[in-house]
Design a protein around this ligand. Structure first.
Ligand SMILES: Nc1ncnc2c1ncn2[C@@H]1O[C@H](COP(=O)(O)OP(=O)(O)OP(=O)(O)O)[C@@H](O)[C@H]1O
Ligand SMILES: [Mg+2]
Length: 244
């Protein structure tokens, strides 16, 4: 069995329209892939389809995670298999603290209980990595969070869950330079120390200075039209997508 997150001939429909056409991609442990492409090319559609959002229907193809076909299983089960997805527009949930939300997510992913005290030990270390103040844990999940705090919340969730593979949709958007650096470090920690494989969806080569990709792919009209190394991201920055 080969360890990888493999997409085989993936097609995704939104309503009755096919947005993603025949995508093949293989992400192996510890590797960083960047997915770039113009607005509306289908990046978020691909991310949503992979996570099993019911609005985004996988009409063709297979998703295989470390040898297991996860194409037809529900989103929470995909998370249990070790797949993590960040949201471009994360939801606000009322009445749940950050600590309680993350503890519930941890318990669901590990299929076992953990006491609040034991969980706090884990959480505290991760909050330090993100330069978050202790008081963050008792805030209400995403409520009244600034754009940057929401992104840090996603990263905190990823650090707590230590998924095998992550798909990060515009995690870098709206972050100040310091936050960009911190989040870059967290992603690097997970890819190098925990061998997480990651697909980073981004518009900016700037972010890729912090998390240097092993591979860069360009999505256009729902298809990967070019793959290359980090120099491809530099080329995009210089020339724009139209001249690729
Ligand atoms: N829920 C939806 N309902 C209707 N159309 C959708 C939906 N989600 C995506 N689409 C359509 O699919 C296409 C791809 O959109 P998507 O959001 O995947 O692009 P993107 O590459 O993530 O763009 P951006 O860089 O702006 O985030 C667009 O034409 C969009 O209108
Ligand atoms: Mg998008």
């Amino acid at each position: 069995m080969k360890n990888s997150l493999t997409l085989q001939n993936i097609c995704i429909m939104v309503g009755d329209k096919e947005i993603i056409h025949n995508i093949d991609l293989e992400i192996t442990p510890g590797k960083i892939h960047a997915l770039m492409g113009p607005n509306g090319s289908g990046k978020s559609t691909l991310a949503n389809g992979l996570m099993g959002n019911p609005k985004y229907k996988l009409s063709k193809g297979r998703i295989v995670l470390n040898g297991k076909n996860i194409t037809k299983i529900a989103p929470d089960k995909r998370a249990q298999e070790g797949l993590f997805l960040s949201f471009q527009y994360p939801p606000e949930i009322g009445g749940v603290t950050v600590a309680n939300f993350l503890r519930a997510a941890w318990q669901a992913a590990h299929k076992k209980k953990i006491t609040a005290l034991d969980f706090y030990q884990i959480l505290e270390k991760k909050m330090v990595m993100l330069h978050l103040d202790e008081s963050f844990a008792s805030k209400h999940f995403n409520q009244g969070f600034s754009g940057g705090e929401k992104k840090k919340m996603e990263m905190l969730q990823m650090l707590v869950l230590e998924p095998k593979y992550s798909i990060l949709d515009e995690t870098d958007s709206g972050l100040d330079v310091d936050a960009l650096k911190i989040i870059g470090k967290c992603i690097k920690y997970l890819t190098t120390k925990k061998k997480m494989g990651v697909l980073i969806i981004t518009h900016y080569n700037r972010f890729l200075h912090h998390v240097v990709p092993d591979k860069v792919h360009i999505l256009s009209h729902g298809q990967i039209i070019k793959s290359g190394t980090k120099t491809l991201a530099k080329e995009i920055e210089k020339k724009g997508f139209k001249n690729m």
